[in-house]
Design a protein around this ligand. Structure first.
Ligand SMILES: [Zn+2]
Length: 92
């Protein structure tokens, strides 16, 4: 398992979750078959408030969901942070 640099993807606030999911956090929990409890940003101990839309640095526009706290979800979209690659669930 390794960690990677990610960034928030901009313009996703109105992005509704796929049919059958109540939220993006619900989507993540179903895909991972576990509850999201703490913010998955490395070195953050906040709550997993939302399923944040992130992209991997240098990968282009491919979008992933990562459980993060409100504070990290409001980071500017050019600010990189680290997360475990294993915790990213691709949006398909
Ligand atoms: Zn956080």
């Amino acid at each position: 398992m390794s960690y990677i640099k990610v960034k928030n993807k901009k313009g996703t606030a109105d992005n509704t979750p796929p049919t059958g999911y109540t939220s993006w956090l619900d989507f993540w929990e179903n895909k991972k078959s576990k509850k999201a409890t703490t913010c998955e940003v490395l070195s953050c101990n906040g709550n997993a408030d939302v399923g944040g839309h992130v992209i991997k640095s240098g990968e282009g526009g491919k979008e992933y969901i990562l459980p993060i706290c409100y504070s990290d979800n409001n980071k500017p979209d050019n600010e990189e942070y680290q997360a475990w690659e294993n915790d990213l669930v691709p949006v398909t």
